[in-house]
Design a protein around this ligand. Structure first.
Ligand code: 5U1
Length: 675
């Protein structure tokens, strides 16, 4: 061998050694060398590559540092949809699922399941071609995700090339990217030290780290990965069971959980659940339940899936977690519509995967009912993604001098006397946009993603803009200049420019988004959409009577009154005029809504699997034609669109004499109205 060959061979040897150490560390959780020795191998490889850049290959372990930032993520269409899982919340619900499985496969024997931990991270798809990682995508809506290849390439737990010789020509690996607890705690400590906002939980930290446009940032984040399934596979004969698939994936160098086991029938499945629930506090990562999958692939195929989830798998979620902590204070917050909400400040407590420091007490009645006082010890509960709540006060620990909290009689921000409308539990500050708190919240709402979507206008900037008096109404945002924005604290020239660009970009919007952004009471996204579809034009909505408004799907008498009251206020009309004068605009929707009046009062239910599109897409089409799509069949339903394998909803439609459309009839109808 000449000298070049020797170097080349050493580089290959270093790749193999480092990849093996990554696998030992991430997959087997048993590092075989100290960190310093691992670093020395990496340094040696870097030195060799620096001396001979031609030796740097795409799959070199040194290439996991990230590349140039992207402007946005490209979309990736999943060839095979990435399904989600149905949930069971107790033994009975699992047993009902097991019965359905047995029914489908006409089997009375115990069914064999693979039991896996349900990781609290985010699902990704990794595409290997000829054993080389060529694409990574997030789950997205299951049909289309985001291309996060550059970011995923920085995650050492994910092999850039698979091990072995008889590899599939194409292999799509599916699994979960997550942040182990130790890494999460370290990352948050660093964030707090740098005066940045810490992540609420490891899941958010993992998602935030993966969805960075700058992959160099992702490269610094302690992310891990476990594979649990496959999508596309070409030129390869798969094993017969889910369990064996795990073995195969591990053999290819992909990390898989070491907490999986096979269980037969409900009794063993429940036992496996209990065992994992007991282990949960000891695991170095967050899990929020267990996943049961019918182990045999042939049976899985027989059982099939519904549009969103397989019928052969189910997640059994762990119950809500409860912890005790102390109430260190009670504050009141003033919301966008003037609602004054009591909020309990707590000694930080880690519950259900997040550190909780504040809990809303909702309103005066709720606070009285629970009788929460400053100094109390309380039980805090958090389940899944649900907001935390105080379950009860621990009365045994009540201190002698704890006094009931009294709601203020004046607004804590502007001093106006508060009001409580008859029959309402909420007290309100009536000052509207004369109250700074309401201005702040209105501006935050106006700029939020589902409204005008002004990128970079975070809470802290809004706070400064309002406190400094630069912004009193949403229209003032479009009067901001570079000079004014740059004068804000921590606002570098580049960020000021970006904010102005984002404001400019936000001027091009849609009527539903604009209506939602105005922040009319009780007008959420769905109602804003219905209003836009029904009236087509802003001036038509502004002049609408109560009677007219109540004809709109989703709008009842109270919402109609809020809408009329909003447009009656001269201040609101002035702000709208100023926004339009500043250049806020949207494509005309009147043509669509008027032409399609025929569907605008119609109520549809979608059921079963459509072969040409997902239900979400069908729903979008119907909504764009002015129809309302609901989840359950009743006498009020006009049409049920029944795809393949329609079940109880179809039966109910037939029993109520509701018109049933096949997929083809639905498509023809949509085509007719779309013109
Ligand atoms: N462990 C595990 N998590 N998880 C999530 N397995 C698993 N399988 C999934 C999902 C969504 O889906 C397949 C059953 C399709």
């Amino acid at each position: 061998m000449n000298k070049d060959d020797v170097v080349k061979a050493r580089v290959q040897q270093l790749h193999d050694e480092i990849n093996q150490h990554n696998q030992n560390y991430y997959q087997y959780d048993t590092p075989q060398i100290p960190d310093a020795d691992y670093d020395a191998l990496m340094r040696e490889l870097q030195t060799l590559e620096l001396a001979q850049p031609a030796l740097i290959s795409d799959d070199s372990p040194t290439q996991r540092v990230g590349s140039a930032p992207l402007d946005s993520f490209n979309q990736v269409e999943h060839q095979i949809p990435m399904l989600s899982l149905d949930n069971a919340f107790n033994e009975a619900e699992f047993e009902a699922f097991n019965k359905r499985v047995q029914g489908k496969i006409e089997m009375t024997d115990e069914v064999e399941y693979l039991v896996e931990p349900k990781l609290d991270g985010l699902a990704v798809s990794l595409l290997y071609q000829g054993g080389v990682l060529v694409q990574a995508a997030t789950r997205g809506d299951g049909k289309t995700g985001e291309n996060v290849t550059e970011n995923v390439r920085t995650i050492s737990a994910i092999p850039l090339t698979l091990k072995g010789i008889n590899l599939p020509t194409a292999l799509e690996v599916r699994g979960e990217i997550f942040m182990p607890l130790a890494g999460f705690e370290k990352l948050n400590k660093q964030a707090i030290e740098a005066d940045e906002k810490p992540f609420a939980n490891p899941r958010n930290a993992a998602a935030g780290s993966l969805r960075q446009l700058d992959s160099k940032i992702t490269a610094t984040r302690p992310l891990a990965f476990y594979a649990y399934g496959i999508g596309v596979v070409e030129d390869f004969v798969l094993p017969k069971t889910q369990k064996k698939l795990f073995g195969l994936l591990a053999g290819w160098g992909l990390p898989v959980s070491n907490q999986v086991l096979v269980a037969r029938g409900p009794a063993q499945c429940h036992k496996a659940y209990d065992a994992l629930a007991n282990k949960r506090p000891l695991l170095p990562y967050e899990i929020d339940g267990v996943v049961y999958k019918v182990n045999n692939f042939e049976l899985q195929e027989k059982i099939g899936f519904v549009s969103r989830a397989p019928r052969w798998a189910i997640a059994r979620k762990f119950p809500a977690q409860e912890k005790m902590t102390e109430v260190v204070g009670i504050d009141v917050q003033v919301g966008r519509t003037g609602a004054i909400t009591p909020v309990a400040r707590l000694s930080p407590v880690f519950v259900g995967g997040v550190t909780v420091t504040n809990v809303t007490l909702h309103n005066e009645d709720e606070m009285r009912r629970k009788d929460v006082r400053v100094g109390d010890t309380v039980i805090v509960r958090r389940a899944g993604d649900v907001i935390p709540e105080i379950v009860s006060v621990v009365m045994d620990k009540r201190c002698d001098d704890c006094v009931p909290f009294l709601m203020p009689t004046t607004c804590p921000v502007c001093g106006s006397a508060v009001e409580r409308a008859e029959g309402e539990a909420i007290i309100r500050c009536p000052a509207g946009l004369f109250c700074r708190a309401q201005v702040k919240e209105s501006i935050k709402h106006f700029a939020s993603r589902k409204a005008m979507d002004v990128d970079g206008l975070g809470d802290k900037i809004v706070e400064q803009l309002v406190v400094s008096g630069l912004v009193k109404t949403p229209a003032d945002l479009y009067r901001l200049t570079k000079e004014r924005v740059s004068s804000l604290e921590r606002m570098a020239d580049k960020s000021a420019n970006n904010l102005l660009l984002a404001l400019d970009a936000s001027k091009q919007t849609t009527l539903p988004k604009f209506l939602y952004a105005l922040g009319v009471r009780e007008v959420g996204e769905v109602t804003a959409n219905s209003l836009a579809m029904y009236f087509g034009r802003l001036d038509a909505l502004q002049g609408a009577t109560l009677e007219n408004l109540e004809k709109v799907p989703d709008v009842g008498p109270i919402v109609a009154q809020h809408i009329v009251a909003f447009f009656e206020l001269q201040h609101n009309r002035d702000v709208i005029t100023e926004l339009l004068a500043a250049g806020v605009h949207w494509p005309d929707v009147s043509a669509v809504s008027h032409k399609n009046k025929a569907l605008s009062d119609k109520v549809f239910v979608l059921t079963g699997t459509l072969s040409s599109m997902g239900r979400d897409q069908a729903k979008e089409i119907l909504q764009s034609l002015g129809a309302k799509v609901t989840g359950s069949v009743s006498k009020k339903t006009d049409y049920v669109v029944a795809g393949e394998e329609s079940g109880s909803k179809l039966k109910k439609a037939l029993s109520l004499d509701v018109m049933v459309l096949s997929e083809e009839e639905f498509l023809n109808m949509a085509k007719d109205y779309q013109g």
